[in-house]
Write a protein that binds this ligand. Sequence first.
Ligand code: BG6
Length: 491
Amino acid sequence: MSEQIKPKVLITIFGATGDLAKRKLYPSIYRLVRNNTISRDFAVIGLARRDWSNEVFRDNVKESVEQAFGECERLDDFASHFHYQSFDVTDDTAYDRMKELVEQLETQYDTEGNRLFYLAMAPEFFGGIANSLQEYGLKETPGWTRLIIEKPFGHDLESAKELNNQIRAAFDEEQIYRIDHYLGKQMVQNIEVIRFANGIFEHLWNNRFISNIQITSSETLGVEDRSRYYDDSGAIRDMVQNHILQMVALLAMEPPISLTTDEVRSEKIKVLRALRELDLEQVHEHFVRGQYGAGVLDDEEVVGYRKESEDLVFSNTETFVAGKILIDNYRWAGVPFYIRTGKRMAQKQTRIVIEFKDIPMNLYFKSEREHHPNLLVINIQPDEGIALYLNAKKSGSEALAEPIELSYKQGAMPAINTPEAYEKLLYDCMIGDATNFTHWDEVALSWKYIDPILEVWEKEQPNFPNYESGSTGPKKSDELLSQDGNHWWEV
Ligand code: BG6
């Protein structure tokens, strides 16, 4: 992170008592302040319906920071910058009161009128809030005004357009930061660097040398206490429309002519435009859905999705998706991008495997079956790193080869203090760098790709549950690859 610009800012968080604020935002702001990445001239306004005092709010902020990092220095001083206002989005007087507080804190903390509004609450309020911020003059300031919007950004293309129009009526595209926290992850940002800073890969990065690319983002957690949101969403909206398609775009894009926001985004947009749209009849051939049943995870028995809450008894929501995505352009024609994501799977892991095409003749293996193609593995989490699988001579007198792994683990480097995704993205927003946020065109194109899948799935009754908790998903997910002569790499 740049040491030079230390933004001064007043952050207003809508949804300040929510899970995201507690788990991610407060710890991230703490790190930004403690590491002197942002100025000590900062303040945070927390808004939510609960009738909290500043003291209760500050205790919560301190607690969430301690939960994230253990005992922390100067926590009282840090928390003293946090102010709470009980806020009902439907009450018009709330915005006048908020404006008063904003102006008062701006003077008190000398934040130069820089205002960051963070919408971390139910999406049905996003449009209304954006408009009220405009209407009540909260955008009129000598500094900058930016709006961070959490997902879900719409429910399908139509609703996303509607939401975007509402927000754009009040904010310019340059002021809107649609957050996708995967874009703040170190190793997701590394995809570009690994590709474009290494001569050895870029020449091979195309359909002549790559057989297929696999992206897995699996979680061991179930739906937890988010069933209200999740059941309406499902894995395809929750993970594929955003995080996974963003990773596809980064893996497939052309080298940008420079690293400016516009150039990087426009290359990603070109990839999303080239995704082969699925006809309704093709959906089953390309996409598999699943829902977890009971099973065993870490030696503990866990219940199936439908037993997680009373409302889920008849749920047809998918907690797993696997898909085969094709990109119709010169570089990628014919190379499948296999993706899968699911809850309650055997491990928590996000990983990309690039499988290179095999050599034409097998000289060093006893049988074709032992043959191991070259793989480049990008481990996004939990172990951040990369690994390259090559074949080398087995020790002994025979001329036989065996796969070996060259690996680099980010966490193994001394003194690396990897910033959390949210920390990085909050800072980017404060310095006006929208490169790692999603442009509207990216959101729209992603929905355009997903919509036909949703349309087919919504019409059909799935046979759920179809995978056990603690497994790698439904059998059909394996068949998706085996029908092409491929398989998921569990390396
Ligand atoms: C969120 C989803 O966007 O990403 C969650 O809403 C999911 O359902 C989470 O658990 C996964 O994020 P991470 O960073 O833990 O991989």
